[in-house]
Design a protein around this ligand. Structure first.
Ligand SMILES: Nc1ncnc2c1ncn2[C@@H]1O[C@H](COP(=O)(O)OP(=O)(O)OP(=O)(O)O)[C@@H](O)[C@H]1O
Ligand SMILES: [Mg+2]
Length: 241
């Protein structure tokens, strides 16, 4: 579960808040899609949920643990796939995964099992003995996805995870997101690709200029004959007629 209460963040002396009084609750078993135009505040929100940025005000809880009160306990419950994959280039893929697993205190047997399972799923087994520096963009992204699951996190946060993946990997990732949610975990991901969000999510939120301008279930949006997700998106972000 992720709970944000009245969270705001301004970068430096910027006039506009990057995130402005955001209150949002995402339950266990749910895939939540976070939509918004470029610069809307998606990545800033995600960086606060994952503890990389500290909010100026407001509070964030991960499965009942307040990040400000106990950052380690909160972060240990989160797996994060960032939108850039600046992974240590001079490590082998396997060394990177073992390093991450050790940092999260994953027992050896579980570490082996999870590396095996996810590397197999994303067809990365053959590449794990190679240096990360030799990987393609998509391979780094897949390594990043595997690394975020090594400790079996209750909360999985992904920033633009489908950008740059081939159709097979994108399909497998979407399936995995559903499986993790169905087994009681929370999945939160950002995107500007409406089709993807429409296919994968249970609920969506739309952010514009740092403010949450819409939150609804996909079922509700589908049942309304007038509003498609695309037209809702365009209307609440100021592009609709
Ligand atoms: N490190 C930074 N320093 C200053 N301003 C920043 C920084 N990072 C983001 N911003 C600003 O904060 C606002 C929100 O940016 P953010 O990266 O959260 O948007 P986003 O919704 O993730 O956009 P995109 O779809 O392009 O990834 C933007 O106005 C952006 O210019
Ligand atoms: Mg972003």
């Amino acid at each position: 579960m992720i709970k944000l209460y009245d969270v705001s963040k301004t970068y430096g002396k910027a006039k506009e808040k990057a995130v402005d009084s955001l209150t949002l609750e995402i339950g266990s078993g749910e895939i939540f899609g976070f939509l918004g135009p470029n610069g809307a505040g998606k990545s800033t929100t995600i960086k606060m949920i994952t503890g990389i940025l500290i909010p100026d005000s407001g509070s964030i809880e991960i499965d009942g643990v307040n990040i400000a009160d106990d950052p380690i306990a909160a972060k240990s419950r989160v797996g994060f796939v960032p939108d850039t994959h600046d992974i240590y280039e001079t490590l082998k893929g396997i060394e990177y995964l073992r390093f991450i697993g050790t940092m999260y205190g994953v027992p050896e047997a579980v570490l082996r099992e999870n590396i095996d399972k996810y590397a197999d799923l994303f067809e990365m087994k053959g590449a794990l003995g190679d240096m990360v520096g030799s990987y393609s963009h998509g391979m780094k992204q897949k390594l990043s996805i595997i690394a975020a699951l090594i400790h079996d996190p209750q909360v999985w946060v992904l920033d633009e995870p489908l950008t740059g993946l081939d159709p097979q990997s994108a399909y497998r990732l979407k399936k995995l997101m559903r499986e993790r949610a169905d087994s009681g975990n929370t999945v939160f991901f950002s995107s500007h690709v409406i089709d993807v969000v429409e296919k994968v999510c249970d609920r969506i939120g739309i952010i514009n200029h740092g403010k949450l301008v819409a939150v609804d279930t996909l079922d509700n949006i589908r049942q309304s004959d007038k509003v498609s997700l695309e037209s809702l998106f365009l209307t609440v972000t100021g592009e609709g007629e």
